[in-house]
Design a protein. Sequence first.
Length: 367
Amino acid sequence: MSKAPNYWDYIRVEDLLALQGGLGQETDLDNDEVLFITVHQVFELWFKLVLRETTSLRNFFHQKVVEDQAMSNAVRSIRRVVTLLRQCVSHFEVMETLSTRSYLGFRDKLTPASGFQSAQMRQIEILFGLEDSERIDLAPGEGYMKALRDHQGGESPAIERVLEQKKNGPSLISSVEGWLYRTPIDGSQHDDPGAEAVLERFIVAYAAAQSKELDGTLKLAMARTRQSEGKARIEARYEAERKALRDFLNPTEEEGGARRKRVRAAALFILSYRELPLLAWPRDVLDGLIELEQVFIIFRQRHARMVERVIGRRTGTGASSGVDYLDQTALTYRIFKDLWAVRTYQIPLRANPRLENAAFYGFQYDE
């Protein structure tokens, strides 16, 4: 008969508490350095959970058939990842208890190590769907893969993790877009006869409804503007909005062509008709993905401000531009670009075009 477990055995408390010694013994370190090490270890534990949860999400949406009744589990996973990232954001407050002088007291020990070498953060970015072509180099000619090698240029546990992640299936955004592509639009499946005609009918009707809304808003704006130069500028802006929707729903081949067209239209359809019963969970998925990316952006921004507060704008330990690099990633790293864009093109519920097959999205029961 196996021995009854204790809390400290199950959690492996003694092993865990023996890991805060950095490059030597914990007894040789002051409280500031132990705090620095501990907070970063906690980050890595949260990142581990983010990776597990996001992998499950990716696998769920990568299925050929995504069951409606299982969608609530996906929403729960998204909410969990959001909560985990929020916890990461809050940890920067702990880091900010370090004064500049106290951090500088042990900072040189880290050189040339850098938080940029966090393999799990790179894995999360890859799993979400950040493309290599969109990445910013840590330093000129210093791509992220090179930075993950050891200091002699050889293999490392970090680069092995990242290479394995690259081989480990599609990204979350790719899987979600596959699900969106298969989403019925006005009751028509993507492979139904006449599916393209139904899609085009929805796009034309929606563009007309958006244009009508813009006419009303433009009229109001013009009535409240006295300067003729201002009126010309306002007219141009509203015309640009009309054109932007047309371009969004008619992507070029370079942007993804017919497949991208249906993916974008499906996202717009779900969020526009979100009150329909069978679109309730899908709309929560799309809203949740926006929230997920938003909190990830906030994480990057909060990281930059913490670094600036503690060490200013000096060169990073890994010879990066420090805060400038962090600010650039917060500004430019976006995954769910189409979901953000859809916010620009939504119109009030009362203005939505009437669906021909709205009953398709109602609750249905077998007799």
